[in-house]
Design a protein around this ligand. Structure first.
Ligand code: EPU
Length: 338
């Protein structure tokens, strides 16, 4: 049943105050189709909500907010020992990571403890510790807003990039993701190049060992959204030309930098913000995290407007000091007033 005027302040990990004009949570395809038909007929803008962990919600969300809660999980053994995992969009991502590790299936263990739902993972192509969803994704099942048709996209059609996909562009607010299919493997294939991950593990770790080590690293660096409102990294790591990177390195020889195959150089947004003296900043009800400057936090009682003002301040400081443009990562939704 579609509910009206629903409080979403607990449905976003930043804990920002927001009300949805209409809200529906469903794990039924026919009900989802019916809601999409109504949205088209009555001209309701559609917002699809997952775990709310990569959103900046403004106070009023007009139209229909739809939360898919499909929770099916099925394992299919295929050739070469691989396993296809069919996972409903409404499953908690970390619960899926744990379910695979418990079966010693390898592929997403480095993506442990990322908040949010399975269905949201392809939107920003979640990534951490040297792995991203695109490495294991086979298919995305979805329903189209215009005609309720169910289609299946393969990996190429998702146009994955760094924190990017077709779901942020051509298909934004036009589809409801119902299920993912991931290809994972019972063959051990640990990817432990990041930081001191390998040093935290035994010589032959099982997948659950990697989940535990990655979770420990995340707990050390990143705030738990249940304790302190946040949406993970608030900015993407920027890519600059090699000439620009070289000039910055002359001034800052210890600057973290990662040359890319296309000739660009990726910089660490957290380091840039930190160098501006903005780590652990608090302005009113919002601030930057004390251990990871890239994460903006909401201490409670604040608003999207306050958070966005802080984000602008951070962007301006980094621009002025390094001539680097930071780009916001979480998606902005809703509007300031009814
Ligand atoms: N750094 C600082 N000060 C800070 C933060 C970072 O000096 O306040 C330095 C670190 O010492 C390190 C470098 O910057 O040398 C990179 O920091 P870190 O390893 O913490 O990773 P990141 O590039 O800041 C990215 C992802 C994270 C992901 C980690 C690990 C983005 C935007 N963020 O962060 O993803 O967990 O790598 O793979 O790509 C997220 O998307 O929400 C997220 C948390």
């Amino acid at each position: 049943m579609i509910r009206r005027n629903v409080d979403l302040s607990r449905a976003n990990t930043l804990g920002l105050p927001c009300r949805a004009e209409r809200f529906l949570a469903t794990d039924d395809i026919a009900t989802t189709r019916d809601a999409l038909r109504q949205a088209v007929e009555r001209d309701w803008p559609l917002t699809v909500l997952g775990g709310g962990s990569n959103l900046v919600l403004q106070p009023w969300l007009p139209g229909l907010a739809l939360k898919p809660t499909f929770a099916d999980l099925r394992f299919e053994e295929v050739g070469e020992g691989d396993v296809l995992v069919h996972a409903g969009a409404g499953l908690n991502w970390h619960a899926l990571v744990e379910a695979l590790a418990a079966r010693d299936l390898w592929g997403i263990e480095n993506l442990a403890l990322i908040p949010g739902h399975v269905g949201a993972a392809p939107i920003q192509n979640i990534g951490a510790y040297g792995v991203e969803l695109a490495d294991v994704l086979e298919q995305v099942h979805l329903l189209h807003l215009e005609d309720g048709q169910e289609t299946v996209l393969d990996r190429e059609e998702c146009a994955f990039g760094y924190r990017d996909s077709v779901f942020k562009h051509a298909l934004e607010n036009r589809v409801v993701i119902t299920r993912l299919v991931l290809r994972v493997s019972p063959q051990a294939r640990p990817r432990l190049d990041y930081g001191d991950l390998a040093a935290r593990l035994p010589a032959r770790p099982c997948a659950s060992d990697v989940v535990a080590a990655v979770s420990a690293v995340r707990r050390e660096k990143l705030p738990d959204p249940k304790v302190l409102g946040n949406a993970g990294s608030f900015f993407k790591n920027p890519v600059v030309s090699s000439g620009h990177a070289q000039a910055l390195l002359e001034r800052h020889p210890t600057m973290p930098h990662f040359p890319l195959a296309n000739g660009g150089v990726k910089l660490a947004a957290g380091w840039l913000i930190d160098q501006c003296g903005l780590k652990g900043l608090r302005e009113g009800h919002v601030g930057t995290h004390e251990r990871q400057a890239l994460v903006l936090v909401h201490h409670g009682g604040g608003s999207a407007a306050e958070l966005l003002a802080l984000a602008r301040h951070v962007i301006e400081e980094v621009q002025a000091r390094f001539d680097v443009a930071l780009e916001q990562e979480p998606r902005l939704m809703g509007r300031a007033a009814r």
